[in-house]
Ligand binder design. Sequence first.
Ligand code: PLP
Ligand code: SF4
Length: 337
Amino acid sequence: MSVAEPFVARDSRPAYFRSLAEAIRDPDELITSLDLPDTLREPARRAAVSFPLIVPRSFLARMRPADPDDPLLRQVLPIGAENDSVEGFIADAVGDLHARTAPGLIHKYHGRALLIAAGSCAVNCRYCFRRHYPYQDDPRRPDDWEPALAAIEADRSLTEIILSGGDPLMLTDSRLASLVAHLEGISHVRRLRIHTRLPIVLPDRVTAELLDLFASTRLATAVVVHANHPREVVGDCAVALKALAASPASLLNQAVLLRGVNDDADILAELSERLFMLGVLPYYLHQLDRVAGAAHFEVPEATGLAVVAELARRLPGYLVPRYVRETAGEPGKTSIH
Ligand SMILES: *Cc1c(COP(=O)(O)O)cnc(C)c1O
Ligand code: SF4
């Protein structure tokens, strides 16, 4: 796949609209389609009430049937442990709500601010640190961004804007282009960053229009995708990543260290190597944010350190992600060492 061979014809409704509409939203359907034990049904239904299940079929197709421990399944299947309350695991784990400087704008670190460009995702990751974030208070329509854009314009120290969410690629290409055009109009903004999991879970979101946007913007652009396991970056996802890598945007990956998913040097080494073959460099390996409902995913930092040390022994330096945690009130992500 190259930029010249887009997934969709330019004048048709993008194929990903349909993929999104057809995503699995019913825990029973997920369990049935993967031939999983019936004992998982009741807890899945219960845990999906407060944080719904969403899994695109492309992602489902990369899971192994009849394996309740499948590392891709574990990231999306609601389980009973989510309803346990565990000391230290809270709703706003990273202090985002205190750093909101305008509706939808989170400015914590020097020089860069994060714009909550969309309130939803194509997948609901059970460990998500924003699983309790009050998106309803953030902008929904383009006009609602005015205060955030005005705040960016008024602060000349902001040279980079990070589109985040939710997932910013849940915006249509025309909405995204219009938001980017507004940012381009602010002269001190030089860099655009897009934090997105859609190229991984909904690969047909990588449209010709999106690639055109990266080709035409004056902003130096980085796309930071989010894959946690090497089996995520195969098939249609690999094709989408290669298409992105052929665009002028720099392509990086952030992963979250997750118990029973990727808390293992073999797995993370394979992830880095596969990503590099597709044109993606590892950026961060995040220590889990201590959000309520995600305690069962936590890996002790001592284990994380041992895993990263092993990665550093095996891989060239550029394939070793930086192991970081986010601490409310700190001026940036904190390296763990
Ligand atoms: C993680 C994060 C950033 C980006 O940090 P980098 O170290 O530049 O990747 C910016 N703003 C907020 C609020 C963040 O959580
Ligand atoms: S894609 Fe990111 S923001 Fe969306 S549910 Fe997963 S971790 Fe959360």
